[in-house]
Design a protein around this ligand. Structure first.
Ligand code: TYD
Length: 209
């Protein structure tokens, strides 16, 4: 059996990532593909506990601890969910992956971006890298406007959503750099467009896989 493909979605809070991810999964299924939709952190039994430790706000982990917990979640997710699905020939569509760790922990938390940490991020992937990454590019200002309207709609922000603007600016800058450094793998989509237009762009990119 052919190995499946791993497609990851990245983007700041408010970029429409969740909506676009679901639409993409529906479109792939409509093409007859066997698809697994998943997310980080937290889409494994152990990961669920790690997600609570990371995002509930009950704990304030040190930057190093935060990084290690995200990597622990990833390794568990790859070994128990993502790799088995790929080996079974499925297309795996994952909400966030290693690029989020680079952006939020290394850039956002200002951990030193050295080779040792890069190697550790790679190691936690257990040999599974994305075939394509869709980055929904939305400026921090536009994202903040969308988030403000959402919170009045009752959605609860997690511990990282509540970071200051400067943090989100560093995260944005990091995604921008990641895209420029990995143009083959990481595709930038203008997330300011309407839902339909964004989805059309994504569909066009997926043809290349
Ligand atoms: P989540 O509630 O799953 O939603 P969204 O992806 O739409 O923001 O939030 C996950 C949070 O975890 C998000 O604030 C980004 C953060 N995160 C990291 O800081 N590092 C990581 O490696 C990952 C996977 C996520």
């Amino acid at each position: 059996m052919n190995r499946g493909k791993l497609i990851t979605f990245e983007g700041g809070d408010g970029s429409g990532k969740t909506t676009q991810l679901s639409l993409t999964v529906d479109a792939l299924k409509a093409q007859g593909k066997d698809v697994l939709q998943t997310f980080e952190p937290g889409d494994s039994p152990l990961g669920k506990e790690l997600r609570h430790l990371l995002l509930s706000g009950e704990y304030i982990p040190a930057a190093q601890t935060e990084l290690l917990l995200f990597l622990a979640d990833r390794a568990q997710h790859v070994q128990t969910v993502i790799r088995p699905a790929l080996d079974a020939g499925k297309w795996v569509v994952c909400d966030r992956y290693t690029d989020s760790t680079l952006a939020y922990q290394l850039a956002g938390r200002k951990l030193e971006d050295n080779q040792q940490l890069r190697d550790m991020l790679k190691w936690a992937e257990c040999g599974v890298s994305p075939d394509m990454t869709i980055w929904l590019d939305l400026s921090v200002q536009d994202a903040a406007l969308r988030m403000a309207s959402r919170q009045t709609g009752g959605e609860v922000a997690n511990r990282l959503d509540n970071e200051k603007t400067a943090f989100h600016q560093s995260v944005y800058q990091a995604f921008d750099n990641i895209q420029r450094e990995n143009t083959e793998r990481v595709k930038r989509i203008n997330a300011k467009q309407g839902i339909q237009a964004v989805q059309i762009d994504i569909q066009a990119l997926l043809q290349n896989l």
